[in-house]
Write a protein that binds this ligand. Structure first.
Ligand SMILES: [Zn+2]
Ligand SMILES: [Zn+2]
Length: 144
């Protein structure tokens, strides 16, 4: 019996038997290992930590992001609505947020505070569920 060796086209690692049975593929259709797939297409929500497809962490206009640390941009921590892109400029050493591209919508709630304590970035994208949760708490305010 010959064992078929399947290699990841990105990192050249040999896929384990389980992965090789139904391997993930990149957008060109090339076989990639689970780890590369996660890196390429999946990321974690900065608020709840859930690992989801990157397309489910939208940061386009009208989406919400979480700001977990006061940065040089002088934006207090909280939830922000993206008004336009880009809202972040990458500098040589660090980047900064563009104040007029972001609108503050809410203070961090309990889960946001917890995320901020365990953060590894100053700000981050949120999954659709978290965005909807924050939006829901904002609606009554908007209608006033
Ligand atoms: Zn790989
Ligand atoms: Zn989330």
């Amino acid at each position: 019996m010959t064992e078929v060796i399947v290699e990841c086209t990105h990192c050249d690692n040999v896929l384990d038997v389980e992965e090789a049975e139904s391997p993930e593929r990149d957008e060109d259709g090339d076989v990639i290992c689970d780890r590369c797939y996660e890196e390429l297409y999946r990321d974690d929500c900065s608020r709840c930590g859930e690992i989801v497809d990157k397309t489910d962490l939208p940061t386009g206009p009208d989406n919400l992001i979480i700001m977990m640390e006061e940065t040089d941009s002088d934006l207090p921590v909280g939830y922000y609505r993206v008004l336009r892109r880009p809202f972040f400029v990458d500098g040589m050493v660090c980047g900064w947020f563009l104040k007029d591209a972001l609108q503050r919508v809410a203070d961090l709630d309990k889960q946001g505070q917890y995320a901020a304590e365990n953060r590894y970035t100053a700000a981050g994208p949120m999954c659709r569920h978290c965005q909807a949760t924050i939006c829901a708490t904002q609606e009554p305010k908007d209608q006033q």
